[in-house]
Design a protein around this ligand. Structure first.
Ligand code: NAP
Length: 281
């Protein structure tokens, strides 16, 4: 079984991006800039944002974090996004989710200029992705896609089963694999026989949020299994896949932690650089 090393893949991607930023600096005399808006003091969000900032600095991006207390008014955030939309030094804008309840998430996402939407959540980017056009792609599914392609460069005709249909993970993952000519099945909480669906798959992507849902006897030999889940349990952080059991059958499997997670941040940097490049033409 191939253990898919997300840390190593992310380090390789960051190295490539670092070189790209240096080349862009030579060509345009400026570097891509990422601005993150962080609202409130939720510890996981603070950790994510700190890691994003550290990685952005590592590859040479200009990086800013704008912090607000969780009592901030919605219109203050919308005005700030408007300002950043018009700021030429900002290539990418990310509003760290979740937001406090009094702030309308969709309003905030819709306010971001789609050409600076590094999360790929703006309806314009969602539409472009599903139409097969160039777009910002949500970072986690993009990371999963790059890991799958490392194992199997030609995905044409493969059967992919995606567990979960969130806008963040399952749906964009389905679009990416469809574009690669996979036959894609998207499953969810109302799917009748998830095991039977998985047993048909050459590729399984689990993005559910249920610890070790996917069992060893759900996976046929030679399947690539990507575990997006991050679940806190008594025995520590585990994924949506029962790692020990599934590793006996799978052709390749991502560990949790150290699989998809590191790729997510690296893909955010990639998206920022891609937004910058598109803005220069
Ligand atoms: P989400 O928005 O809660 O969506 C979960 C999806 O799973 C829903 O579509 C739900 O179906 C489906 N589901 C629930 N129970 C199911 C079952 N028994 N069988 C089949 N499908 C079922 O979750 P998410 O935001 O996509 O996140 C999923 C997991 O990924 C979480 O553990 C999260 O922490 C993790 N995550 C990891 C990263 C990373 O960087 N590695 C990034 C983001 C998220 P319905 O639509 O029918 O409700």
């Amino acid at each position: 079984m191939i253990l898919i090393d997300g840390k190593k893949a992310a380090a390789e991607l960051r190295e490539k991006l670092k070189k790209e930023v240096s080349d862009l600096k030579t060509k345009y005399n400026k570097v891509p800039g990422l601005t993150v808006i962080l609202i409130g003091d939720l510890t996981p969000s603070q950790i994510y944002v700190r890691n994003k900032e550290k990685s952005a600095n590592e590859v040479g991006l200009k990086s800013d974090v704008i912090k607000y207390p969780d009592t901030v008014e919605e219109k203050t955030i919308l005005n700030k996004i408007n300002e950043l939309n018009n700021d030429e030094t900002v290539s990418g804008i990310l509003v760290q989710l979740p937001l406090p309840k009094h702030i309308d998430k969709q309003k905030v996402i819709n306010k971001i200029d789609p050409s600076k939407d590094v999360d790929g959540f703006h309806p314009m980017n969602v539409g472009n992705l599903s139409s097969g056009y160039e777009s910002s792609i949500p970072c986690t599914p993009l990371g999963c896609y790059l890991l799958i392609k490392k194992i199997e460069p030609n995905l044409s005709g493969k059967k992919a089963v995606i567990i979960g249909r969130s806008n963040l993970n399952g749906k964009p993952m389905a679009q990416l694999l469809l574009k690669e000519n996979c036959t894609v099945t998207v499953t969810h909480s109302k799917t009748k026989d998830l095991k039977a669906e998985c047993l048909e798959a050459d590729i399984v992507v689990a993005a559910v949020g249920i610890p070790e849902l996917v069992k060893g006897d759900w996976i046929k030999k030679n399947t690539i299994v990507i575990d997006v889940g991050i679940n806190k349990t008594d025995k520590g952080i585990v994924g949506d896949v029962a790692f020990d059991e599934v590793s006996k059958n799978a052709k390749a499997l991502t560990p949790v932690p150290g699989g998809v997670g590191p790729m997510t941040i690296a893909c955010l940097l990639k998206n920022t650089i891609d937004c910058f490049k598109r803005s220069q033409v």
